[in-house]
Design a protein around this ligand. Structure first.
Ligand code: CS2
Length: 489
């Protein structure tokens, strides 16, 4: 079968939307670190829309920090790929042209540093997932003992980590007399711009004090809230897209129709006209971020653990289970009082819309995929909310069931006795601690809450937290996830 490329674009079925600008005139202005499915389904589509509307020198050069597979899939297609939006009513297809090239940092870190230092690079955006920041999720500070950070401090010209890469690029720009690029964090971290600024500053200070001061004075790190459900692409998706577009696309992205992007409008050197195409440029991202991290991601993670343990493969199945749907309602009732509503948003309506998005039967988002990296996700998704509820003396029954379900999940054995493939940067430590505690719920809670990088030092000694978690965990061991959720009423 012929491959998707600029030569085959014209022959695609007429109903398929394709770049409506002159792609041959597009030059790069954005480097994106971590060009996975999410960025190609979110930032790249907003950028595509902005290019169609007002154009500009805003093509994207993507970079994979480790693996070459995105590059290998996209290069033969000249960066073109299909975005397949799955609504309950049926799919909508669009070819995205905003990605011009893909680099692989592990093969040639110096080439990526050079691209970051190029005068035309004005924005460096990132989706490297929570663990990609080499920070301590409980405090947001750089882990100076992280192997990649140790490597990058010793080899500053050939960095491996995202933070090391940003600092190398910024340093090269400063040395060349250029201004900095804007570093745009698009990951699900709380205060993501602020956290990234702190990480870059901490790293820069270890390299060169003057660089840290230059960044403090000139750097731009806008905060953002990003949202679109984009499950990993499967072979079945690839086959379906080939059928629909009539040519082979090795790198389609599947997403829900909904998308949202709130951005703090503080850029060092311009940006695409994202505000013309639906992005919300705001002075305070905080309320958007709390709403999304706590209500969407907090519910997603809780549902992923309970759903996986109940035998549900996807979020649509899990949230379609009446017991778990009721659990979600109770969970949102606990979360909502901790969330300041962004202007014009009714949080109860937001929760209803979330349930409908989760239940979208056309999206197959695996509970296992969302369950990944829980140690990096729990602090901002559930634990911050729990701290605020405790301060207010408010109930945390549902929130603590979410935490207990994570603990049950990381024991590595499901309710039928089968092994769970637990993916987490702390997987080995979680396993060791879980094995030592066995099925003793109280011992397991003590063992896992003892990981300071996740629970900090306050929660492990707070009986108002550890007691309900242990009670839930005992019930998860005895009755299973569904019965434990049902018993909440
Ligand atoms: C999910 C998110 O994988 C996960 O942990 O909760 O990727 C979620 O789908 C997105 O944040 C939605 O915007």
């Amino acid at each position: 079968m012929t491959r998707l490329s600029s030569a085959t674009l014209a022959g695609l079925p007429a109903a398929i939307r394709r770049p409506a600008y002159d792609r041959s005139r597009l030059t790069p202005g954005i480097v994106h670190l971590g060009l996975g499915a999410f960025a190609r389904g979110h930032l790249a589509e907003y950028t595509e829309d902005a290019l169609e509307k007002t154009f500009g020198a805003w093509g994207i050069v993507g970079a994979s920090l480790q693996r070459p597979d995105q590059r290998d899939r996209l290069k033969p297609q000249e960066g073109l790929y299909t975005l397949l939006k799955r609504a309950p009513a049926g799919p909508e297809l669009r070819i995205i042209g905003s990605v011009l090239d893909v680099l692989v940092a592990s093969e040639s870190p110096a080439a990526l540093v050079a691209r970051l230092a190029a005068p035309e690079t004005r924005i460096v955006s990132l989706t490297v997932t929570e663990k990609g920041y080499c920070h301590d999720p409980a405090t947001g500070r750089l882990k100076a003992d992280h192997p990649d950070i140790i490597h990058d401090l010793a080899n500053p010209a050939t960095p491996r980590s995202a933070v090391g890469m940003l600092v190398a690029g910024l340093k090269a720009r400063r040395d060349a007399g250029l201004g900095p690029f804007t570093a745009l964090c698009c990951d699900n971290l709380p205060s993501n711009g602020h956290v990234l600024r702190g990480l870059v500053r901490d790293f820069a200070a270890l390299v060169d004090d003057k660089l840290a001061a230059w960044l403090e004075a000139n750097g731009a790190f806008p905060a953002t809230m990003v949202d679109r459900i984009v499950p990993a692409t499967t072979d079945a998706d690839i086959a379906e897209v080939a059928k629909l577009i009539g040519v082979e696309d090795a790198a389609p992205v599947i997403g829900e129709p909904f998308r949202q992007w709130a951005i703090e409008d503080v850029f060092a050197n311009g940006r695409p006209d994202w505000h013309e195409v639906g992005a919300q440029m705001v002075s305070e991202v905080g309320p958007f971020e709390f709403m999304k991290l706590r209500m969407l991601n907090g519910a997603h993670s809780s549902l992923a653990y309970l759903g996986y343990l109940s035998g549900h493969e996807t979020v649509a199945e899990a949230s379609g289970d009446p017991v778990l749907a009721r659990f979600l309602e109770g969970l949102w009732a606990e979360i909502i009082p901790t969330v300041p509503a962004p202007q014009g948003v009714v949080l109860g309506d937001y929760a209803k819309a979330l349930l409908a998005r989760f239940q979208n039967p056309a999206i197959r988002h695996r509970t296992w995929q969302i369950a990944m990296d829980g140690s990096q996700k729990l602090p901002q998704r559930l634990l911050g909310t729990i701290r605020e509820r405790l301060k207010a003396g408010a109930p945390i029954e549902h929130l603590t069931l979410g935490v207990a379900a994570w603990m049950r999940y990381v024991t590595g054995t499901d309710e039928k006795g089968a092994a769970i493939d637990v993916r987490d940067p702390l997987a080995a430590e979680l396993k060791r601690r879980a094995e030592a505690a066995g099925r003793d719920a109280a011992a397991l809670v003590t063992a896992l809450t003892g990981i300071e990088a996740i629970f900090d030092t306050d929660l492990p000694s707070d009986l108002r937290f550890t007691k309900p978690v242990a009670a839930h965990l005992a019930s998860l061991f005895e009755k299973g996830a569904k019965a434990a959720a049902a018993s909440l009423g």
